[in-house]
Write a protein that binds this ligand. Structure first.
Ligand SMILES: NCc1[nH]cc(CCC(=O)O)c1CC(=O)O
Length: 304
């Protein structure tokens, strides 16, 4: 029997799930979700979890054998009966600036209009360039890039910030005018990583895709989100790296207007811990909370 892999129908989701299906010799099944059908703000639909919900329903109902998520869009709470059976080798975790006229962030004119729907990216943009006008946008990657050369001046933007991994998977690297370094611009937990989910007991059907270091860094980053009890709208940037046997995790919480931020970083040798990602995330999150992260930014439910 051919393995059936469920995916959202967006160009990005199809590209991501397509690589997974190809490696497994599996068949793709497109599942439409409320998040894809509606233009309503994500928060009104129940947060980023709406993208995952329809896929998970189809998996639980046995309509497909596995589903592929952007790991960063998956809520941190596990769903009973389902398991993240594989985390494939992670792509670029960085954000990318896509600006008109080939400009980088420092080269944008004063008061330039830059689009993003992410409170983290808004705070990071304002921290680097307090003069920018950050415009709230959403929609798929092509819609967002379309704002760069929109004919209507009210819609036109000077730049947008997107995940480098998504642009790469769509073959759109040529629009990037600056890759933002993770040290000064940490990104969303698990950005650039995929999560392949199966029903509990079926994990082996996809386990050849598993890449341990990618799971470890993604789990460490998501652990910070979980420990801070933060939602997808929290102005939080994280970056984990596994290098020379050492797992390193850094997290930064921003004031929404970018005026202040707090950073915490820790490292450990994974073989010294039963749950390296969780343990590291706990240290980093506790340090952020002790330093007053919850007073600096709305971490939980509050959405703009
Ligand atoms: N929030 C939407 C989303 N979910 C995953 C990606 C990109 C791919 C990835 O991070 O794995 C994007 C687009 C973006 O943030 O630019």
């Amino acid at each position: 029997m051919t393995l059936r892999i469920g995916t959202r129908g967006s160009a990005l989701a199809l590209a991501q799930a397509g690589t997974v299906a190809a490696k497994l010799g599996a068949e793709l099944v497109v599942i439409e979700s409320e998040g894809d059908r509606s233009d309503a703000p994500l928060a009104d639909l129940g947060g980023a979890g709406v993208f995952a919900a329809a896929l998970r329903e189809a998996l639980l109902a046995g309509e497909v054998d596995a589903v592929v998520h952007s790991y960063k869009d998956l809520p941190t709470a596990p769903l009973p009966g389902l398991a993240i059976a594989a985390v494939p080798k992670r792509a670029d975790a960085r954000d990318a600036l896509c600006a008109s006229a080939g400009r980088d962030l420092d080269g944008l004119p004063a008061g330039a209009r830059v689009g993003t729907g992410s409170p983290r990216r808004r705070a990071q943009l304002l921290r680097r360039r307090p003069d920018l006008e950050v415009v709230d946008i959403r929609g798929n990657v092509d819609t967002r890039l379309g704002r760069l050369d929109a004919a209507d001046p009210e819609r036109r933007l000077d730049a947008v910030v997107l995940a480098a991994a998504g642009l790469d998977r769509l073959g759109r690297n040529e629009v990037v005018t600056e890759w933002l370094s993770l040290t000064s611009w940490p990104t969303a937990p698990a950005q650039g990583a995929l999560a392949v989910e199966t029903r509990v007991g079926d994990e082996r059907s996809v386990s050849k895709l598993e890449h341990r270091p990618s799971r470890m860094t993604a789990e460490a980053e998501r652990g910070v989100l979980a420990r801070l009890e933060a939602g997808c709208a929290a102005p939080l940037g994280v970056s984990a790296i596994f290098e020379d046997g050492l797992l390193f995790l850094s997290a930064r919480v921003y004031a929404p207007d970018g005026s202040e931020h707090l950073t915490a970083s820790h490292a450990l040798y994974p073989e010294d811990s039963r749950d390296p990602g969780g343990e590291l995330a706990e240290r980093v999150a506790d340090e952020l909370l002790a330093a007053g992260a919850a007073d600096l930014a709305p971490l939980g439910g509050a959405r703009p």
